[in-house]
Ligand binder design. Structure first.
Ligand SMILES: [Zn+2]
Length: 222
């Protein structure tokens, strides 16, 4: 009875467009399911500096809408429901290439403001699906400008320089890590984080993001 009531108060919603869903259990409405901007096969694995990154969706249309709602309008419970999409891409393209999962953290102050770290929630849920350990390996030490407000690639690289510091290094020394971010644009954030992890003793780093730009276009806003 209480569950039924809760269902009426908080009906399940499409994680992309926010439409109320007629049934429980699915993550998307039928309109979004038909037009999800999946990255086509040849572009899923891309090179970001010396690192390989798997990307599930293009950051556009309903995917952009859903991720922005999660980050900026506090749709916290959507984060874990995005995870199966990322989990599938990684299983298909980076299976067997990592021993543990980690993520690009947000700064403490932004965490306080937003109330949650969306990338951590996605990584946590994905790690659960794969039954792999999730490790906190990085701390954001500088509350820099959001990368979305920096357009020039060189300025983006400088904006994240020395912004992340490895923590708990004993826990991942010699391990192969999968580093997750929600959106990859020029890749400067992932590169800065992956460099830091390697310098702190990780054996290797591969990356994955829920969404990214078209390889031929640059800088979707995030
Ligand atoms: Zn929808």
């Amino acid at each position: 009875m209480i569950n039924k009531f809760k269902h009426l108060l908080f009906p399940p919603r499409c994680i992309f467009c926010g439409e109320v869903l007629p049934t429980k259990g699915s993550a998307t409405c039928s309109a979004c399911a038909k037009k999800l901007p999946y990255v086509e096969d040849g572009n899923i694995l891309r090179k970001i500096g010396k690192y390989t990154c798997a990307v599930t969706f293009y950051y556009e249309d309903c995917v952009q809408q859903g991720i922005r709602a999660m980050k900026f309008r506090g749709r916290k419970n959507r984060a874990a429901r995005f995870a199966p999409y990322l989990a599938q891409t990684v299983a298909e393209h980076l299976g067997g290439e990592f021993d543990a999962v980690t993520y690009v953290p947000i700064h403490f102050l932004r965490h306080v403001h937003r109330g949650f770290d969306q990338t951590k929630l996605i990584a946590e849920a994905a790690a659960d699906i794969w039954e792999v350990k999730l490790l906190k390996t990085l701390r954001k030490t500088r509350n820099n400008r959001p990368q979305s407000s920096v357009k020039d690639p060189e300025a983006r690289r400088k904006n994240v320089m020395n912004a992340y510091t490895a923590v708990n290094t004993e826990a991942f020394r010699g391990m192969r890590l999968l580093l997750i971010d929600d959106v990859v644009t020029t890749g400067s954030t992932l590169t800065a984080c992956a460099d830091e992890l390697l310098a702190a003793g990780a054996a290797s780093v591969v990356c994955a993001a829920l969404a990214g730009g078209h390889p031929e276009k640059k800088s979707p806003d995030r």
